[in-house]
Design a binder for this molecule. Structure first.
Ligand code: PHE
Length: 334
């Protein structure tokens, strides 16, 4: 038994085989156990001799099982290490990292500034009703801005459209929010413009609006001047020019000083020294009234700022097309 067991155990190739052998020799129904059970048939002199021998064999077989088990574990570990080994000489894969777009950096800065002044940021639909984009903003039937040549309509009777400005968010805020209101609403807008260095059929605006008792044009100018200084640095000059929008009265446009003006022939401002940044004004009493706000009690101002332009001024970008191309060589510069 001893010789057979030790040879078989030493040759066991895996733990399953080894366990089967252990049971075969040492188990309750194993060969050694069977032998010990027959001890009663032996004479009194033979019994201790046989008992000793059997126990010695048992101990030896047990030790052999243990030793082989260790050998197998070692082998298994070696195999695993081999299988899982990394070849550290293989060249790595390069991960291409994206870049935050400069326009979104500018938007984040604008949001931060207005949030710090107590404004709420709103999000609204790009597919808009013409009633919100025009009628409720005092641009009724026949207003030139409603023209098919300027606006992307979805239907024949010009009721659903891609918004041409973020100003419908003024109306949506007035209709849904408690007074006083302080909001900004950034988003995409669409106009039938050909692509060139300053135009694109899709661009971004940030609408801003304040409605409260006793709000004046001075508040509008003061707020926008503060925002421009926070965005472009202390001492940056602005200029307000009279303008016309159907939904504000009086209306104005705000210019900001050209940042790289070489005077005559400057490519950014065409030598004028100023860049137009936004439209603004005091909300027209009719607009307040149409949205259920009493213009005798409340007044408000609003502005709409071009986000691409703001980013171009902020990061000294000369051509609008660079903003939309997303060339990494461009994006990596910011
Ligand atoms: N919506 C105007 C535009 O797109 C900008 C504007 C917004 C003007 C709010 C006045 C008040 O040109």
């Amino acid at each position: 038994i001893r010789a057979g067991a030790l040879a078989a155990i030493g040759a066991a190739g895996n733990t399953g085989e080894l366990e089967a052998l252990r049971v075969q020799y040492l188990g309750k129904k194993g060969e050694l156990t069977a032998l010990l059970k027959q001890m009663g048939k032996l004479s009194a002199e033979e019994r201790p001799v046989m008992g000793q021998l059997a126990n010695a064999v048992r101990a030896e077989v047990e030790a052999a099982v243990e030793a082989q088990s260790a050998v197998l574990a070692e082998k298994a570990l070696e195999q695993r290490l081999e299988a899982e080994a990394l070849d550290i000489t293989v060249p790595g894969r390069t991960h291409k990292l994206g870049r935050r777009h400069p326009m979104y950096t500018a938007l984040d800065e604008i949001k931060e500034i207005f949030i710090s002044m107590g404004f709420t940021v709103l999000d609204g639909p790009e597919v808009e009703l013409a009633s919100y984009n025009f009628d409720k903003l005092n641009a009724g039937e026949g207003h030139p801005s409603r023209d098919w040549s300027d606006t992307f309509y979805f239907d024949e009777d010009s009721r659903v459209m891609l918004r041409s400005q973020t100003s419908p968010m003024q109306v949506r805020a007035m209709e849904t929010m408690e007074l006083p209101i302080r909001i900004i609403a950034p988003g995409r807008v669409y106009r039938k413009d050909e692509v060139d260095a300053t135009h694109s059929p899709m661009f971004h605006q940030v609408e801003g609006m304040v409605i409260d008792k006793g709000v004046t044009m001075a508040d509008l100018k003061g707020t926008l001047n503060t925002v421009v200084e926070m965005l472009y640095g202390k001492g940056t000059k602005t200029r307000f020019r009279p303008h016309h929008f159907p939904f504000t009265e009086p209306s104005c446009e705000m210019d900001v000083q050209c940042h790289k003006c070489g005077g005559v022939g400057c490519p950014t401002c065409k030598g004028e020294g100023w860049i137009e940044l936004l439209g603004a004004g005091m909300i027209h009493p009719k607009v307040l009234q149409m949205s259920g706000i009493d213009p005798e009690v409340y007044s408000g101002w609003a502005f709409g700022i071009g986000l691409e332009r703001t980013a171009m001024r902020r990061f000294k970008i000369a051509d609008l097309r660079l903003i939309f191309e997303n060339d990494v060589r461009f994006l990596e510069q910011f």
